[in-house]
Design a protein around this ligand. Structure first.
Ligand SMILES: Cc1cc2nc3c(=O)[nH]c(=O)nc-3n(C[C@H](O)[C@H](O)[C@H](O)COP(=O)(O)OP(=O)(O)OC[C@H]3O[C@@H](n4cnc5c(N)ncnc54)[C@H](O)[C@@H]3O)c2cc1C
Length: 384
């Protein structure tokens, strides 16, 4: 394998402690969380106490001011542990950074330290029943009324939706202006008129509390607006390379883990009196998957380097998201096949990884939308 060069010994020490946390504080409860459809809030507080939430937040907002490689380690170790229950990444690496970048000082002081401690859980509510890829057509409105915005509408597919204490809501402050009339508002679940719908039953990510959110004349103070009114889309675009790279980082780490579980399984399993590993098909398949996973690893690591230098472009991040998650799904499928019937059994990690992988091609912008982004960067216009 090509050695990785991104991490220092401090990062690796941190990795060991995250790995231990996954083994000791997460794995023993995960089956129960999958059955109930959400994680206990207690694990968020434990993660916060260990410095595993919002690690890159400046210390004045409760973080450690760590570099983004610590975030990468957290994402990778959760993926390697085959844990898709905890929405830590979305909370720490998507929701909190919007607050930090665009929130008023009072808002940051109010929410960020409590997010870093795990006392409050964050969500981001963009998608609606009628608007996912086409976010410009969101129907949720935020109308000005004195010192408040009055929010009305509904959101769906919201990660951390059931457990969340606050959500960044994408709403139209001026529906006549399309994208330019879109704003981001921090809505606290304690505000009157904010309610949570049912937890959605999914084919995978079973312990992840994906939910609907409803807003019925919710009065949101004006200071909860992120940045400038009407600039919501601009802000959403700015954060996209990192958000999409996180999905690719997860995909690469999970693919590596699956190849390793499968390598070990086929060495033990016998058929026709010999290890499954001794069949040429098995060795060729694993050789192919190990090669492609290595290619993904090198590409993703290079993207991480570019991210650290703040030069990762949206189209390169889109390439990483689409290509690595397509590969991840193929790796899971081939590895499951090499497990035979046991691969279809829930107690084998590959079974869960197989169903959990599927959504990686859908959320964070579908892979078709990624190809649109890449196509446009090649100077190829969209169809009229
Ligand atoms: C488990 C899970 C968690 C999620 N978490 C969140 C969250 O936390 N917050 C949030 O806001 N959303 C979340 N989502 C929503 C997710 O981002 C959307 O599902 C996704 O963006 C796709 O939108 P859609 O479902 O409306 O599909 P649609 O937009 O209806 O797309 C349907 C199909 O049409 C294709 N398509 C659409 N437009 C084009 C085009 N221009 N060119 C080519 N093909 C196109 C799509 O690629 C897809 O194949 C989550 C979804 C899931 C399943």
């Amino acid at each position: 394998m090509i050695p990785r060069t991104l991490f220092s010994s401090e990062h690796e020490t941190f990795r060991d402690s995250v790995r231990r946390f996954m083994q000791e504080e997460v794995a023993p409860h995960d089956e129960r969380w999958q059955e109930q459809g959400y994680a206990d809030k207690e694990v968020w507080r434990k993660a916060g106490a260990n410095g595993f939430l919002c690690p890159s937040m400046p210390p004045e907002y409760g973080g450690a001011g760590a570099d983004r490689l610590y975030s990468v380690v957290l994402i990778e170790e959760q993926a390697r542990a085959n844990n898709s229950t905890l929405g830590f990444g979305l909370h720490s690496e998507i929701v909190a950074p919007y607050l930090l970048a665009y929130g008023a000082e009072d808002l940051k002081k109010k929410y960020l330290p409590r997010m870093a401690s795990g006392e409050m859980i964050g969500a981001i509510a963009m998608s609606e029943p009628g608007a996912g890829s086409d976010l410009q057509s969101v129907k949720t409105t935020a109308s000005r009324k004195g010192d408040f915005f009055v929010v009305n509408g509904s959101k769906t597919f919201i990660t951390n939706g059931w457990n969340c204490d606050l959500a960044i809501v994408v709403a139209k402050t001026d529906p006549s202006k399309g994208a330019k009339g879109t704003s981001l508002l921090v809505v606290d679940t304690s505000m009157k008129g904010f309610s949570k719908g049912k937890r959605l039953k999914k084919i995978g990510l079973k312990g992840q509390d994906t939910a609907e959110l409803y807003f019925d004349n919710v009065e949101v103070p004006r200071q909860n607006l992120l940045g400038q009114e009407g600039n919501g889309f601009v802000y959403l675009m700015q954060e996209l390379p990192w958000e999409r790279l996180q999905i690719a980082i997860t995909g690469a780490a999970r693919a590596e883990a699956a190849v390793e579980w499968t390598r070990s399984y086929v060495s033990e399993r016998k058929a026709f009196g010999r290890p499954v590993a001794s069949f040429q098909n098995t060795r060729f398949k694993l050789a192919e998957l190990a090669t492609e996973t290595q290619v993904a690893r090198v590409f993703v690591d290079r993207c991480i380097e570019l991210l650290l230098k703040k030069t990762l472009t949206p189209e390169t991040a889109a390439m990483a998201k689409y290509w690595v998650t397509d590969l991840e799904c193929r790796v899971m499928d081939e590895c499951l096949q090499l497990h035979g019937g046991y691969g279809y059994m829930w107690e084998f990690p590959i079974a869960r990884a197989y169903v959990d992988a599927r959504v990686q091609r859908i959320y964070g912008g579908t892979n078709e939308i990624m190809k649109e982004v890449i196509g446009r960067s090649l100077g190829l216009g969209a169809e009229k």
